[in-house]
Design a protein around this ligand. Structure first.
Ligand code: ZN
Length: 657
């Protein structure tokens, strides 16, 4: 563990708050120190108040900010004198503590201060750094962790037993500090939780943290418990897409809402899932209680969701009576799944949530294997973990998220997704909270969006094997398939039937019709497993109800596709799959229509380009986005009772009406 302090970089930050921002980011850069909110920092600064009087302000990390990307605005300014007085109270409930802190800030718009604010305020040092370092957790999550910590640090740190974060912990640490701190005390180790380091400067506190964590790493290395990379195994998943989608369906049912299930099959997760003692080492609890809210207490081993949910109910029934207040059970679905066939899979309502769960468990694997090498992994007692999982403050934080978006936990696949209506459909489904898979021949699809809820696959839909592989990838990435938008197609050049060559007719049919049939056939078993029922949207054409001369192959292919969709609506309705078709017309913002083509067409009709674009009953322009938004809405609750429909999106066409 090395200090990342850089004088030139540090010089760009001004004053104590600036340097507080800088070293907080340095801590945040190292995921083995702070992972997804697993740490916080503070600085005490004397400022003039509104009356010109000097006042000490505790700037402490505000909730909702990540150390890696924190800004000055991410620190909550709390009046230090009040914080110190609070620490002297006999008792203070969590909600009262939060209220006291929020009402004693000097900036009304600042975020709520960290739950560990009183602890930061009670430590008589200008800079206080706090991290949940992996190395420290590996040492303390063992049977003789406390002895080892004392051996590693001697008198340099105070050792405090595990306690739920908040007022009681702050009080305990303050009392220990008052009773036992010496001039040589540079930090505090909270067993099974994390490390505090202190300093009069930002650099001093930060580099002490690096030194303290480095000492734990060194201890692990000296005990041959640092490099615990498991024996390499072939990193290829061995589960079929259909079975994986079935697992995701059962997890969604147990959760009471659609969930994504994201497989992370790599050498490390596969080796851990195949570890001969995985049942013992994975079923004790997480490396630190603050993971429990996201990962649940233990992962599911294998794929028996009913058994997992039963065990969760028993865990709740056994530990809820010991809680201070009555608790309502959370959903009993697992968030982490370990299976020898795919290593690790993480469940979440969003791809971001699932990714965080996977990262937390990836670090947990390191901690468990290192603690095992040190003599045996021992997690906190289940009651302590329960108290964090059902901690009112944490639950309130999670609930703050508000109503989830319409397609939260669902997966949409869009073909021809790199441009035009397909690209707009990707955006429309992402905006509604779905994870989206886009397929296109154009390699640009791979980098269309850089976000955890998008997967771009370069592929040719006329290649049946390629389509099957793309579906497999999509299912392992997100867990299944709920919505499918058949958009890819080609428009053949205008040609009278008398001049239409066989090969052109066949090419159009192969792409616009045969490829869609193959994809529908392959997708149907997955759509059947969609927790809210599968949905298929076919992008047809105005040419179906109102064909034009010279477009025989295109119109016939779209008409056949529309008929195929109607039959699918009949055949699949019993499985809850809805199939609807849109007939767009005159969508000019696609690759097919260049400025020159538009100008030429408009001229032919004696119109301006604008008039030509709005040549419909409503005199309105139809864009890719209009079609895409309607495609997404067709998959939503407004159309929950509609299947087999054909809806024009053409501004009104006299021949169609
Ligand atoms: Zn902490």
């Amino acid at each position: 563990m090395k200090s990342l302090w850089d004088d030139a970089e540090a010089a760009r930050f001004e004053g104590d708050l600036g340097l507080r921002v800088y070293t907080s980011r340095l801590l945040g850069r190292d995921k083995s120190l702070v992972l997804h909110g697993g740490g916080n920092t503070s600085v005490k600064i004397r400022e003039a108040n509104r009356f010109g009087e000097p006042e000490d302000i505790l700037y402490v990390k505000g909730s909702g900010w990540d150390l890696e990307t924190i800004e000055p605005a991410g620190f909550s300014p709390v009046r230090l004198a009040h914080v110190v007085r609070l620490a002297g109270l006999e008792r203070l409930s969590d909600p009262d503590m939060v209220n006291e802190l929020v009402t004693h800030m000097t900036r009304a718009a600042a975020p709520a201060p960290s739950i560990e604010t009183i602890l930061h305020g009670a430590m008589p040092f200008r800079f206080v750094d706090h991290a949940h370092a992996d190395a420290g957790l590996a040492v303390t999550n063992t049977a003789d962790g406390e002895r080892r910590i004392r051996e590693i640090y001697g008198d340099r740190v105070l050792v405090v037993p595990y306690r739920l974060p908040g007022f009681d912990l702050a009080k305990l640490v303050a009392a220990e500090f008052a009773a036992r701190a010496t001039p040589g005390t540079v930090g505090v180790v909270l067993l099974n939780h994390g490390i505090f380091s202190f300093g009069q400067s930002a650099r001093e506190a930060y580099e002490l943290m690096i030194e303290l964590v480095g000492m734990a790493e060194h201890h692990l290395a000296s005990q041959k418990a640092w490099d615990v990379v498991p024996a390499p195994v072939p990193a290829t998943p061995e589960i079929g897409a259909l079975e994986f989608a079935g697992l995701r369906r059962r997890i969604s049912d147990a959760a009471g809402a659609p969930m994504l299930l994201c497989a992370t099959a790599n050498a490390k997760t596969l080796a851990f899932a195949r570890h001969p003692e995985v049942a013992r080492i994975s079923q004790q609890g997480p490396a630190t209680p603050d993971h429990v809210i996201r990962t649940k207490r233990v992962p599911m081993l294998g794929t028996d969701v009913d058994a997992y949910a039963r065990a969760y109910r028993e865990y709740f029934a056994a530990h809820a009576p010991q809680a201070k207040e009555p608790k309502t059970m959370l959903d009993p679905a697992p968030r982490v799944v370990l299976d020898p066939r795919f290593g690790l899979a993480a469940a979440g309502r969003t791809a971001k949530d699932a990714r965080i769960v996977a990262e937390l468990y990836d670090h947990t694997i390191d901690v468990i294997l290192r603690a095992e090498a040190l003599g045996g992994y021992v997690a906190l007692p289940a009651q302590d973990l329960f108290d964090v999982e059902y901690w009112d403050l944490e639950q309130a934080k999670l609930r703050k998220g508000g109503k989830p978006p319409a397609f939260a936990g669902e997966v949409a696949l869009v073909t021809g997704a790199a441009s035009g209506i397909g690209k707009a459909a990707v955006a429309a489904f992402l905006a509604r909270g779905a994870a989206v898979v886009g397929i296109d021949l154009n390699p640009a699809i791979a980098t269309l969006h850089d976000r955890p809820d998008f997967l771009g696959i370069v592929g040719d839909l006329t290649d049946t094997d390629g389509v099957a592989r793309a579906l497999d990838r999509a299912v392992l990435a997100f867990g299944g398939l709920d919505m499918l938008v058949l958009n890819a197609g080609i428009f053949s050049p205008g040609r009278a039937i008398a001049e239409l060559p066989d090969d052109e007719w066949r090419r159009v049919m192969r792409i616009n019709l045969d490829a869609n049939l193959a994809l529908m056939r392959a997708a149907q078993p997955l759509l059947r497993l969609a927790p809210r029922g599968g949905r298929l949207v076919v992008i047809g054409s105005k040419n179906v109800p109102a064909p034009g001369v010279g477009a025989a192959a295109y119109s016939a292919s779209k008409a056949a596709l529309t008929q195929l969709a109607r039959i699918a609506a009949l055949e699949w309705g019993g499985d809850g799959i809805r199939v609807n078709t849109l007939h767009p017309d005159a969508v000019f913002d696609t690759g097919l229509w260049t400025e020159a083509v538009l100008a030429e067409r408009a001229k032919r009709y004696g119109l301006t380009v604008d008039e030509y674009k709005k040549r419909n009953v409503l005199r309105t322009e139809v864009t890719s986005r209009d079609v895409a938004e309607l495609a997404a809405e067709l998959c939503g609750p407004l159309f929950a009772r509609t299947t087999g429909a054909q809806i024009p999106v053409d501004g009104g066409n006299e021949r169609v009406i």
